[in-house]
Ligand binder design. Structure first.
Ligand code: ATP
Length: 258
């Protein structure tokens, strides 16, 4: 990672890419994860590669939802584990959410590799790997229907970063509150989740940890008010308008390249 000079105009984006590539070399990220990352990057470009005001509102609502949940679970796949292992553990600690590995290409060595990355980052308990991972969500057709009976199966709220729409849909169908982190505001996941944070997972996770810490002392009544005032459809609309306005500006003036 050191070979990327700080003054490279796309240094940050390249560093993130290296984390994903390193993750693939460690068996954590699947090949398809590379493609998913590329799709995310394209949307990040459209967003201006920064956390937008609507994303900040969604982060606040997500933090309130996690704190109000009886049994929140963070669903971890290869990409999220490769990008933010430390923040996943921190979020679990501050919010009380369980950590569960749930991946599409479910090979035992990949499950173990992801678990290891999380444990190296300080996780004491990682669900979804081993003998309790035999719960089933019948609404999902792939092997990802396998979930942990101490985790997603009994969760009321599931945080799903960098996810495909089939799972989000199935989780909604069985009554879970779904919080998604997805750079593409048009994806099925983004459209179907209860709370959608349209932001890069790597930027969003530290902000989400801080927001949970900030809201933690608030009375339940105030946390509930945050959720009552939150409208995911409006937030998604605001993100799409923000992209539109940014593109209109660029179409007129060109990109501001130093
Ligand atoms: P859907 O089924 O929801 O319509 P999809 O088929 O694009 O979406 P996948 O390719 O399985 O879903 O999932 C990848 C999703 O994660 C994409 O929407 C992509 O934009 C998003 N994504 C990729 N990298 C990141 C990242 N670093 N942060 C946030 N979102 C990301």
């Amino acid at each position: 990672m050191n070979e990327i000079p700080d003054d490279h105009p796309r240094a940050e984006s390249l560093r993130i890419r290296h984390k994903i590539i390193h993750g693939m070399e460690r068996n954590v990220v699947a090949k398809a994860g590379l493609i998913a990352h590329g799709r995310g990057e394209a949307f990040d470009y459209l967003l201006g590669e920064e956390t937008t005001p609507p994303a900040r509102k969604a982060i606040k609502a997500a933090a309130a939802a996690l704190l109000l949940s009886e049994y929140p679970v963070i669903s971890v796949n290869g990409n999220s584990a490769a990008l933010t292992p430390k923040e996943i553990v921190e979020l679990s600690e501050v919010s009380g959410a369980k950590i569960e590995v749930n991946i599409f290409y479910r090979r035992p060595e990949r499950l173990e590799a992801i678990k290891k990355v999380l444990e190296e980052a300080g996780a004491k308990e990682v669900l979804g790997v081993g003998e309790t991972a035999d719960g089933e969500i019948p609404e999902i057709s792939s092997v990802r229907r396998d979930v942990d009976r101490r985790g997603i199966l009994i969760a009321d709220t599931v945080l799903v970063p960098v996810e495909g729409g089939d799972r989000t849909q199935a989780l909604r169908k069985i009554g879970k509150t779904v919080i998604a982190i997805d750079l593409n505001p048009l994806s099925r996941t983004a459209q179907l989740a209860n709370i959608t944070i349209v932001d890069n997972h790597i930027r969003c996770m530290p902000l989400l940890v801080e927001e949970v810490k900030r809201l933690k002392g608030l009375p339940k009544k105030e946390l509930k008010k945050i959720l009552e005032d939150y409208d995911n459809k409006k937030i998604l609309g605001d993100v799409i308008k923000l992209i539109r306005d940014r593109l209109t500006e660029i179409a007129k003036k060109g990109m501001n390249i130093p």
